[in-house]
Design a binder for this molecule. Sequence first.
Ligand SMILES: C[S@@+](CC[C@H](N)C(=O)[O-])C[C@H]1O[C@@H](n2cnc3c(N)ncnc32)[C@H](O)[C@@H]1O
Length: 572
Amino acid sequence: MVEQASPGYRPNLQFNADVEAFFRRVFGMDHFEAICQALTCPSSYACVRVNTLQKTCQEVLTNLLKVLKDSHTTSISKPDEANEDTLCFEHPVVKNTIVVQGDGPHQIDYIGKHGVFKEVVVSRKCAESVLRGANVFVPGVLACSGHVEQGDIVAVSVAVEHLDEKGDWVVGLTRGTILLSEHGNAQLEQNERARCYIGKGRAMLSRTAIFRELHGIAVEMVDRVYSLPPLHGVLKGDIFLQNLPSIVAARVLDPQPGERILDMCAAPGGKTTALAILMKDKGTIVAIDRSHNKVMDIKKLTEEMKITCVHSYKLDALKAVQAEQKNSECLTTRECFVNEETVECTTPEVLLFHETNGGNPGLAQNSKTCRVTDYCLDIPRGSPDREVAERKHYLSNAKAIKEERKLKSRLKEAKKYQDHVTVSHVKGFLPHTFDRVLLDPPCSALGLRPRLFAGLETIEGLRRHAIYQKRLFDQAVQLCRPGGIIVYSTCTINPGENEAVVRYALDTYGCLSLIHQSPYLGEPGLIGTLDDGVSCKKLLKEEEKYLVQRFDPSGPLDTIGFFIAKFQVNPS
Ligand SMILES: C[S@@+](CC[C@H](N)C(=O)[O-])C[C@H]1O[C@@H](n2cnc3c(N)ncnc32)[C@H](O)[C@@H]1O
């Protein structure tokens, strides 16, 4: 029998060797260790941004305390008169933001009256969602003990990628695997598994049903290593669950009522809605994203929050600048937009995405389904990219085809009941159209928490992100009016996508200067040079470092890793 009363949660965050060596040089050994450790755990608190268009902060605070008191979740500390001020309170600096405390790590006993619990092994993505407060949903289960029955208490562990003898990252489990022993999977070394228990829960389905069903809860968590308050779907429209640095980024842009703002990479709309609320819903926010489905998410969120000043469009921000057009007929009523057109379309993928994601507590729910839709369906079957996408999401070809078929038949059904979905397209904007621009581009996301594996990111990949970000920045500079403001933010710790992009911007555009940010909660930026083993890049100068803020996941604020820079476009 396995002798482990309380296996601890001690994941070892794995990086590609070159990337790890690079970060060790950037941060130093000890600091990088601390960052890695912080990244594997969720922050110890959640932040909730209040929709002050609908409710006051005090009203939301009262309602939240009630929700937490009434919550059926046993694994969180419930507020009472003695502790409610420390469990749930308005952030002292970032107004209209409520901090809700979680706790952990907890030592969990995986031995019951009848011996060790049966086990359910979940995918890494699913585990990351569970650590953020979700339950285990069917698509996230990879393997389980032979005789799991509905109602059994099971230990939940995670299968994280590890290097095999050939030097490839492998999970070591295929979906549907039956664990050989009652507790503990013989396919993984015991000490490896012991690092990876994330809690225990009640099986809501039998083993057979777990692998037969397409969606639904497989395990309802009863005891978690980290407990965060269950806030997903709570007080819908009145609050938005958002990490602290993102809330800060929107405030740093400081949008004013009546202004014209561009959010260049806007979906799912977290910062867009923060900007709209700061502007008291007065003025115009143009929110663009290149993904049709994601534009739908922005629309859904703004509707939910009853925000009217946001106009969302599907547009590739790399092509957002349109040259001045002589033929004024091409321009629509909003004179700054070029060739705006509204397209009525109903796309099955959109419908399914909404159907499966509706009010989900983290992506554990139906994550497979969404991923097939999101990443695989658009890629031609048989192409190398399709193969990579499917492998990345742990779907064998056969499984992917099967799931795809099921999805399509469900989509047909769903389509009958759906209203038409409207997505507006716009071809671009004239130069100098906007008073302020927020550029929150796609990045390596090496600041997001919790993160249990980072091995797929390569030095080349990191460099590609930076190139993309600089190209987006080129568009931002042209679209912002002289005297206007640009805020650049990322959720990565990588200086190549942060300080080095700022250096590029300052050295390329003489009209730009870094300006002071408020609020300033983070830490100064990195100075000097950056050698990623392929090329050497300049970072910030000494006098510039306090003009950016870097949020260190291992720092006292206990946030995700994040970066913010604020620029003024000086009139020439
Ligand atoms: C970091 S996320 C933005 C998060 C968002 N600002 C928020 O706070 O909710 C980056 C977004 O950029 C979008 N994106 C990537 N490339 C783009 C492009 N060329 N044009 C427009 N959007 C793009 C992605 O679809 C993704 O939704």
